[in-house]
Design a protein around this ligand. Sequence first.
Ligand code: NAP
Length: 306
Amino acid sequence: MIYDVIILGSGPAGLSAAIYAERARLNTLIIEEKPLSGGQILDTYEVDNYPGLPGITGFEMGQKFRSHADKMGVEVINTQVTEVRVEGDKKSIITAQGSYETKCLIIATGAKHRKLGIPGEEKLTGMGVSYCATCDGAFFRGKTVAVIGGGDVALEDALFLARGCEKVYLIHRREEFRGVRILQEKIKKTENIELVLNSNVTEIRGEGQVSSIFVHNHKEETDTELEVQGVFIAVGIEPNSGMVKNLVAQDAEGYIEAGEDTQTSIEGIFAAGDVRTKQLRQVITAAADGANAVVSAEKYLVRAEN
Ligand code: NAP
């Protein structure tokens, strides 16, 4: 059997594509690696900038998107994609559970957390080092933690952790934050968040559990050891594009090159959401990409049939 469309990933881009594809009566399959749908929003406590759903939790939003796609009748399988092969108009998706064939492929695999690559980070991951405040924050109730980064995620994580932790150090390598103003204002008003600016964490220490971090202030040229029990790393994301690494054109960081029409360098393969080159990576732009990908796929299918 050959599907009209296979969608890789079930975050906002993948689920939006699935809803549009079902409405277009395309024979559609979603392949998702993880048991839960939602992608990165599952790691977000609150999404406050999606119109009509102010303050919704990331988990609830993921569930809402998924149940909408389920209601439309989309087929979903959970398995890992290892490779994509193209033979003429046919695309074969090789997975741990066998291979699936499709006329169009929509890659909506999103992105993963970037690592810092400092001593102690790998060794203490799961032992106080975390990349997901909403998943692990509850373990640090009443404790002192550090959040590293200056983007939206770091600011949101610091605010989230400050609700339960005794103290939160927010450590950023520059003076100015990259995250939106409204979050910066909330950070400044939160008494148990201490800003540590112009600073890089150079090492995480601990035996079986994080006990301290070393911080280098490159403006003052000082080194300080801070006692913390948890370290939340929020220094950005990297695209999940490895399965098509040698197939479709990507930029230097691995984002799949595609414009608003989501068309990649290969006919019939589209990239939607955080995995593609774009200005703004948010739920709303990911959902828009999913819709655009299906419109582009429909046009491709018409061309391929004639
Ligand atoms: P981001 O916006 O790329 O920010 C990453 C932060 O980490 C930057 O402040 C960066 O510093 C810092 N950083 C990067 N590498 C570092 C290193 N090696 N050492 C120390 N610091 C480092 O990433 P993000 O916060 O994960 O957000 C990812 C995307 O999701 C963004 O597009 C964001 O807007 C979006 N997002 C949106 C929302 C929302 O709309 N509610 C919520 C969450 C995320 P510099 O500033 O110096 O580069």
